[in-house]
Design a protein around this ligand. Structure first.
Ligand SMILES: *[C@@H]1O[C@H](CO)[C@@H](O)[C@H](O)[C@H]1NC(C)=O
Ligand SMILES: *[C@@H]1O[C@H](CO)[C@@H](O)[C@H](O)[C@H]1NC(C)=O
Ligand SMILES: *[C@@H]1O[C@H](CO)[C@@H](O)[C@H](O)[C@H]1NC(C)=O
Length: 231
């Protein structure tokens, strides 16, 4: 009997301690949760809110950015990818959709191969965005909620429509930010007519200009060019 009482008191104490710890933890979480993940100096987003990327709380790289970039950009794999994108955008230029003075947006630009390729070709105004930034080539933005006004880019490019969480929303943001009579260029894994028709169907404010199978970064891809309607 005495033994049991002893255990009872011990158990009571234990549960008191756990409750206290849990409460303190909650309190700490409550106090430490930031109001928002968006830094105060980020550009205003005039449009609808959509699912955001999770907070970027990863520790910053130990190497300074330019040193890290110099190492990355001198690697063979980086250079061969950039040269493949240069080839790709040269063909877009030959079709008459790209000029040095074109304002270009690359959506879901990853580490920025296409941004660098476009700059090297002489495009003066290139913007790359991705959920995770890679300065100086790519800034952070959600492709489903682009922080740009309507009708500003002559050409909007993406090679990552297939991975989009909400393809229709992704496409309508490309169309919105492209100027009237501008172009959206999408590259997807090589596909046949039915798939192309589905992708073209996502573009509600554009008409199809061209479909071609191309080779890009060693992969067989299908390139779809849409012209946005005058709004
Ligand atoms: C575009 O820029 C590139 C690189 O600066 C230059 O070599 C080329 O002549 C320019 N093209 C035109 C049409 O100005
Ligand atoms: C198409 O354009 C119109 C007018 O600019 C706009 O109201 C509409 O939301 C656009 N549709 C899509 C799917 O983006
Ligand atoms: C691209 O290749 C696919 C086969 O992988 C074929 O079905 C399709 O017709 C080709 N598209 C064009 C535009 O040549």
């Amino acid at each position: 009997m005495v033994m049991e009482r002893h255990i009872q008191i011990f158990l009571n104490r234990l549960s008191f301690v756990s409750i206290t710890i849990a409460t303190l933890t909650l309190l700490l979480l409550f106090l430490q949760t930031p109001q928002t993940c968006v830094p105060p100096n980020s550009p205003p987003k005039p449009h609808l809110k959509f699912p955001k990327s999770s907070c970027d709380s990863s520790p910053r790289e130990l190497l300074p950015i330019d040193k890290k970039n110099r190492r990355l950009w001198s690697s063979n794999s980086w250079q061969s990818k950039v040269s493949s994108f240069s080839h790709f955008f040269t063909s877009i230029r030959h079709l008459g959709f790209l000029h040095n003075h074109s304002k270009v947006l690359c959506v879901s630009a990853g580490a920025g191969h296409e941004v660098m390729a476009l700059s090297k070709l002489g495009t003066l105004d290139v913007t790359g965005v991705e959920l995770v930034d890679s300065p100086p080539l790519v800034s952070r933005a959600d492709p489903h909620n682009l922080p740009f006004f309507d009708n500003i880019f002559d050409l909007v490019y993406t090679g990552h429509l297939e991975e989009a969480l909400f393809p229709a929303r992704f496409v309508s943001e490309m169309e919105r930010t492209a100027r009237g009579n501008g172009v959206c260029v999408v590259v997807v894994e090589e596909c046949g007519d039915d798939d192309v028709r589905q992708i073209v169907g996502l573009f509600q404010n554009s008409s199809l200009v061209s479909v071609a199978n191309v080779s890009l970064v060693g992969l067989r891809m299908t390139r779809i060019i849409m012209r946005t309607r005058m709004s």
